[in-house]
Design a protein around this ligand. Structure first.
Ligand SMILES: Nc1ncnc2c1ncn2[C@@H]1O[C@H](COP(=O)(O)OP(=O)(O)O)[C@@H](O)[C@H]1O
Ligand SMILES: [Mg+2]
Length: 229
């Protein structure tokens, strides 16, 4: 049996994962025996204090770093078994990332941000229009980031994360720079992706106001993950 490809039904299957970071006295257990199973189409939120390991969890789930122990599978593929190049390819083809600020390229229009990501993945035929429509940004396709509000930039960031049709979308405090109304808008777009396009979404947030859009809320404390109280 090939242990690198089991339980493909789960979008994300983290079993007993631990991760230590730093050296010497500064060494911390960023992840402490974390278990997390996420189904396709499920929208999971993770809350918890700063420094509790939330970004580390997304880094492990997104094949940006390997856990020290335990297993992390995305659609059955064990990430710990992938080499650097294979991990980069898998990430590009399967996983989308949305960060705190849109991380857009200042000189490019919204449409060109999406085309560029497609070209980098060898996909020259990306049509930005339906993706921008999905995030309510059709009317801003030709605008550069400087001509967009924070919420609009974040929605372009989500559209860009969707260019290569990921089946796992990871968001690290995607609403941290937004006001209340924009935050709801952005999280609603993530919920739509989960519920209408069957994408598994894991979002780290400090923003308790937006949790109503999520299917499940977990809490991270000192590297340990548990159902939120
Ligand atoms: N590259 C690193 N080297 C050493 N320690 C780190 C590194 N990145 C994060 N840490 C530490 O690991 C812990 C978890 O960090 P992080 O996952 O960023 O938490 P959160 O996203 O919840 O704020 C913190 O104690 C942090 O200081
Ligand atoms: Mg963080």
């Amino acid at each position: 049996m090939n242990t690198a490809t089991t339980s493909p039904a789960l979008a994300l299957d983290i079993r007993d994962a631990s991760l230590e970071l730093g050296d010497g006295d500064a060494r911390v257990r960023a992840l402490d025996s974390v278990w997390l199973q996420v189904e396709p189409g499920e929208f999971v939120a993770i809350v918890g204090p700063s420094g509790s390991g939330k970004s580390s969890l997304l880094a492990v789930a997104g094949a940006l770093t390997h856990a020290d122990s335990g297993t992390v599978r995305v659609h059955g593929t064990e990430l710990g078994a992938l080499s650097g190049n294979a991990a980069a390819r898998f990430r590009r083809d399967t996983i989308g990332f949305v960060f705190q600020s849109g991380n857009l390229i200042p000189a490019l229009t919204a449409a060109d941000q999406l085309r560029l990501v497609g070209r980098l993945a060898g996909n020259r035929a990306v049509d930005p229009a339906p993706l921008l429509k999905a995030v309510g940004m059709s009317a801003r396709a030709d605008h550069r980031p400087g001509q967009l509000s924070g919420g609009e930039r974040q929605r372009v960031g989500i559209a860009r994360a969707l260019v290569n049709a990921p089946t796992l979308l990871l968001g690290d405090e995607p609403t941290a720079a937004l006001d209340r109304a924009r935050s709801h808008e952005v999280v609603r777009v993530l919920a739509e992706q989960a519920h209408e396009s069957n994408v598994a979404v894991v979002m780290v947030t400090h923003d308790h106001d937006v949790l109503e859009h999520c299917d499940r809320v977990l809490e991270m404390v000192d590297g340990r993950l548990s159902p939120a109280a």
